[in-house]
Design a protein around this ligand. Structure first.
Ligand SMILES: Cc1ncc(COP(=O)(O)O)c(C=O)c1O
Length: 363
């Protein structure tokens, strides 16, 4: 492969000016008890916050977090059987999408994605001055799927620097197999990156491969299966070279110390997460049955939501507003290619709210 980085990032640096105290302690192999170098408010008593959130919370919040997220990356790499250097932690999958664009694509260069997929990617790409090429989904009677061949073809035609694919996809819920992903990688130009957004990988039926692939950045989140959306933590898997390149342009203290500590603690109790994933899958199944029993067309989903195909945007909008009038918020994607869908999170609350609703019909 001939993968490259934007011109201004090809030489050494930029170097993070504040690698931080934790990194220094690791390098020296000992604790530094007198922390006088970071201008933190370490002597703030925090009576109010301690009373509200507890002493453990307060013990984390006075200092900057670990810019290398060492402990969390250790847990992730151990649990996924990866080398430490093949992991990178940032403030949620969204931050990782922005980081990938910042580290891999220059202003004016082309990026490719499916028309109507998770819109944050195009939002960030636009903000960075990229040319965005969108390709239509494959549309079948009972499915909507990102069109991998069309993505590859568009990437050749536009000399794209990066292709974005959410797998499983939002909003279609579709999942491509690991074999499909390998075939896509092969079909892309050798100098084009594949940004693989695996925010929903925990909800697949088969476990997703976590292998770092050349030319691929896998992006994952703790917002869904781990229920930590408010803490803003996600991780990426990629080659050592790719990740060290991205570390050069990462916002070094983007994740709070409390978010890092809480996520590490949760990863020490994987049984809670496994149980939650099973519950979500059960709710997804029951929600699908409920909606189908009302005559609605539900797309197969490998995520923590289901997408209802309402045939056209006006019908979807109508049902969405009727539900909102009843205090039920569901999402209708804004993109014209996807605005005939209603996306509903597979929560227990969805089952009770929607089984009580009298507005659920297809037309
Ligand atoms: C496909 C996809 N990627 C990324 C995200 C954002 O994840 P995070 O909360 O980690 O930023 C979402 C959230 O809905 C998503 O659907």
């Amino acid at each position: 492969m001939k993968l490259t980085y934007p011109e201004h990032l090809r030489s050494d640096g930029p170097y993070n000016p504040f690698p931080g105290l934790k990194a220094l302690e690791r390098r020296l192999g000992r604790e530094i008890p007198h922390r006088l170098g970071s201008n933190e408010g370490l002597d703030m008593p925090h009576a109010v916050l301690a009373q509200h959130f507890g002493e453990a919370f307060v013990s984390h919040i006075r200092s900057y977090g670990d810019a290398e997220a060492y402990e969390l990356r250790q847990r992730i790499s151990q649990q996924l059987d990866l080398a430490f250097e093949n992991t990178l932690v940032d403030a949620g999958a969204d931050s990782l999408l922005a980081l990938a664009l910042r580290g891999l694509v220059a202003v004016g260069e082309a990026v490719v994605c499916s028309a109507g997929t998770y819109p944050t990617f195009a939002y960030f790409a636009q903000g960075q001055g990229c040319r965005i090429i969108e390709v239509p989904y494959l549309k079948g009677e009972a499915y909507l799927a990102p069109n991998l061949e069309a993505l590859a073809e568009a990437s050749h035609q536009s000399q794209a620097r990066l292709v974005y694919l959410a797998n499983p996809d939002n909003p279609s819920g579709h999942q491509h197999s690991d074999k499909d992903i390998l075939a896509l990688r092969k079909a892309l130009p050798s100098d084009c990156w594949l940004l693989l957004d695996e925010a929903y990988h925990d909800f697949r039926e088969d476990p997703a491969s976590s292998t770092p692939l050349e030319g691929v950045l896998r992006v994952r989140t703790f917002s869904k299966a781990h229920g930590l959306a408010g803490l803003r933590v996600g991780y990426a898997i990629g080659s050592t070279e790719l990740l060290s390149q991205l570390m050069k342009v990462r916002i070094h203290y983007a994740i709070s110390s409390v978010s890092l500590a809480a996520t590490s603690l949760l990863l020490d109790h994987p049984e809670e997460v496994t149980a939650h994933i099973e519950t979500v899958k059960q709710h997804r199944h029951e929600l699908t049955q409920l909606l189908e029993s009302k005559g609605l067309k539900v797309l197969p989903s490998y995520t923590n939501f289901v997408a209802v195909d309402m045939s056209d945007g006006a019908t979807a909008l109508n049902l969405q507003s009727q539900l909102l009038d009843q205090g039920v918020l569901v999402t209708r994607p804004a993109h014209p290619e996807m605005n005939h869908l209603l996306r509903i999170t597979a929560l227990k609350d969805a089952l009770s709210a929607l089984s009580e609703s009298n507005v659920l019909t297809r037309s």
